[in-house]
Design a protein around this ligand. Structure first.
Ligand code: ZN
Length: 309
């Protein structure tokens, strides 16, 4: 019996040492990158990268989860984090206001839909409807404008409201709103519960659309150039590694969405390969940002985007 106890305590000590609890030999990465994110499918490349860097003795990635864009933006703008996966329009606005940040990669490709109640017949039938977006500074706002413009309408023909993404599917089901466009998986939730249907996918309205970006602070890039480079390279690799199976596993791990059907619907709309931000793509975004009144002075590509370190 005594022998067993001794063996047990030996095992516990070994386990604690391996877990790094109180062990002087615990391996800490040399540098840690602190990345802010929201639990949405649009941030999965950053989340996958954090998993891939686990146990790396050079670079560690510390993920910091936020509940809303304004909270995440506060952390980014005040330098509490080194970077974020964020709506690019919000980052552009911060940059225009003097915050030192750079966009270094796309968050994802495509991945947005406009969901409308089942009684909305077509795009022209958006007239007089109430449509929700998460934030004025978003590609969701741009996509709604694109949908209206395709049907000869403008935002003055509809009622645009800002709503928290989590509230959108239930608001559509309750008839408080007639449609919405927002980061995923909330569009897929509306479809999954039968509250609505897809009116447009983002690629139907805007080819090579830009939505979220990975941004890093200038301070971090200047003080840790090698780590920044390795981090961005690792991020793009993680994006390329997001095959359907891996994507679903990461989504299930990090998102508050356990409904398989919702994820299956949502993940069909999005991809993460080749996440470079091209000048052509960015200029098209800047043009839309100005045309739809999101901002009069979006930052120039050369001032805001780093495409290769
Ligand atoms: Zn996005």
């Amino acid at each position: 019996m005594k022998k067993h106890l001794l063996l047990l305590s030996l095992l516990i000590v070994t386990a604690l040492a391996l877990a790094g609890c109180g062990s002087a030999n615990a391996k800490e990465p040399k540098e840690t990158v602190k990345i802010a994110y929201l639990p949405i499918t649009h941030s999965l490349a950053a989340l996958e990268e954090a998993d891939e860097f686990e146990g790396n003795d050079q670079i560690g990635i510390e993920l910091v989860k936020y509940g809303s864009w304004p909270e995440l933006l506060d952390a980014l703008n005040s330098g509490q984090v080194d970077g974020a996966s964020v709506l690019i329009e919000l980052a552009m606005k911060s940059k225009a206001e003097g915050v030192g940040i750079k966009a270094v990669a796309l968050g994802h490709k495509d991945g947005n839909v406009i969901v409308v109640s089942n009684d909305v017949k077509d795009g022209a039938d958006l007239k007089g409807r109430t449509i929700a977006i998460p934030h004025r500074q978003s590609s969701h706002n741009i996509l709604v404008n694109d949908a209206l413009s395709r049907n000869g309408l403008t935002t003055s023909d509809i009622n645009v409201v800002e709503l928290a993404p989590t509230e959108m599917p239930s608001a559509l089901a309750a008839g408080t709103i007639d449609g919405y466009c927002v980061a995923e998986p909330f569009g897929a939730m509306g479809v999954s519960i039968g509250a609505g249907k897809v009116l447009y996918t983002s690629e139907e309205l805007w080819e090579n659309s830009v939505c979220c970006a990975l941004v890093l602070t200038d301070k971090f890039i200047e003080n840790h150039p090698d780590t920044a480079k390795a981090f961005v390279e690792g991020y793009k690799t993680a994006g390329n590694n997001l095959d359907p199976e891996t994507t679903k596993a990461v989504a299930k791990k990090y998102l508050n969405q356990k409904d398989e059907e919702v994820l299956d619907i949502s993940l069909k709309w999005i991809s993460y390969d080749d996440l470079a931000i091209t000048e052509e793509q960015y200029n098209e975004l800047a043009k839309k940002v100005k045309a739809y009144g999101l901002s009069d002075n979006p930052p120039a590509y050369a001032d805001f985007v780093i495409n290769d370190f």
